[in-house]
Write a protein that binds this ligand. Structure first.
Ligand code: ADP
Length: 363
């Protein structure tokens, strides 16, 4: 099956009534501020909502239209796509949209105009591509071990598909690595093929800052929009136990995100923050043309050498943007009050419509 071409999307956009654009997304993840922000910029809004999950969207009244589906993945069904196109919809992608719609479907069959660069979504989803993007941009990332026998300091071991950090573990030597692998195998948590694909990286002992940027293709500018830190279960519960009890209980911590705190970073680190954002934009423009477009996120750990080390990126609205629906300390500096990531996205679409430049921000 061929990829959804830019020409096809531009043809669909040509048929749209530009005075009646609807901003749409899947009802999950960051849809509240995507739709609230779209309304603040004067758009109509629509939500594709799984039956039984509509309550937050009704109670917060963020959507003018509800397209109800049996399951999230139905967003790619023909009838849903028809409804979206009939309301001149531009879809704003987020983490759950990509997870439920499926990357192949987004690339091959989802013929609805989307904000951003749809080709880049695969680059953030696949660890090797993501690393390539960061290495090409000369961004500081955790040191990677190709062979467990080389482990000479604390490492974090990650498995493919270990969504939300479930099943990740820390080890400090080849022996500890092997013992933990055996324990996981005997519990049936991993298979031999997972072990082959285990990703072993330097454990960065530092504080977590997830940095939310917006790259405006219209202005060719990287904006710092906000920052959050993750609240992860069970690790954040685990560390509340006295150390003695931590040693005694037989618990292996997991890193499942359950929420986010807003956070600000030491002011002297902002130079690095802008630097890594600019570098990722440059790298993406080289490797995945036309590059990043709109929201992106660098998940970092800052160590005691005050190095900002990037362990993960998102090339679309990240969940932590929910910490600044009414604006953040950083978006306040540029925009004054009230600039969420959703609103910034809607403003870019509005500016593109006014400048007759939708082709620059839609894919
Ligand atoms: P997922 O993509 O499955 O959510 P992440 O790669 O984001 O997994 O990692 C989950 C959590 O594990 C992070 O939020 C962080 O707390 C921790 N973590 C990830 N990589 C490292 C690392 N190299 N050093 C220390 N902690 C890490």
């Amino acid at each position: 099956m061929g990829k959804v071409s830019k020409e096809k999307i531009l043809e669909i956009l040509d048929g749209y009534d530009k005075d009646n654009i609807t901003i749409a997304t899947l009802g999950s993840h960051t849809s509240l501020h995507i739709l609230n922000g779209a309304k603040a910029e004067g758009f109509r809004t629509a939500i594709v909502c799984e039956k039984g999950r509509e309550i937050p969207y009704e109670r917060f009244d963020v959507a003018d239209e509800f397209i109800m589906v049996d399951k999230f993945a139905d967003i790619v069904n023909d009838d849903v796509q028809d409804k979206l196109r009939a309301m001149n919809a531009i879809v704003v992608p987020h983490g759950s949209f990509v997870a439920y719609a499926g990357l192949d479907n987004v690339e091959d069959i989802f013929e609805v105009p989307m904000f951003g660069n749809r080709d880049i979504l695969r680059w953030e989803a696949e660890r090797d591509l993501e690393r390539k993007l960061l290495i090409n941009g000369d961004v500081r990332i955790p040191y990677k071990y190709d062979d467990p026998a080389d482990i000479d300091r604390a490492v974090m071991v990650k498995f493919p598909g270990a969504r939300g950090g479930r099943g990740y573990f820390v080890a400090s030597s080849p022996e500890e690595f092997n013992a933990k692998i055996e324990a996981m195998k005997s519990r049936g948590w991993i298979e031999d093929e997972d072990i082959e694909q285990a990703h072993i990286e330097e454990y960065v002992c530092g504080c977590n800052y997830c940095i939310h940027y917006f790259y405006s293709a219209l202005n060719d500018e990287v904006e710092l929009m906000g920052m959050d830190s993750r609240y992860e279960s069970s690790i954040d519960g685990f560390v509340r136990m006295p150390a003695k009890d931590q040693l005694e209980v037989d618990l292996s911590p997991s890193y499942v995100v359950t929420g986010n705190h807003p956070v600000v970073i030491r002011e002297s680190l902002l130079t690095q923050v802008f630097d890594i954002g600019d570098k990722l934009v440059k790298s993406a423009a080289e490797l995945v043309k036309p590059g990043l477009n709109g929201a992106f996120c660098m998940q970092t750990l800052v160590n005691d050498n005050l190095e900002v080390v990037v362990f993960e990126t998102s090339a679309r609205t990240d969940g932590g943007t929910n910490t600044f629906m009414e604006g953040s300390s950083y978006s306040y500096l540029k925009y004054g009050e009230g600039m969420s990531m959703g609103r910034r996205t809607a403003r870019e679409i509005k500016n593109a419509i006014e400048q007759d430049a939708l082709d620059k921000v839609i894919t």
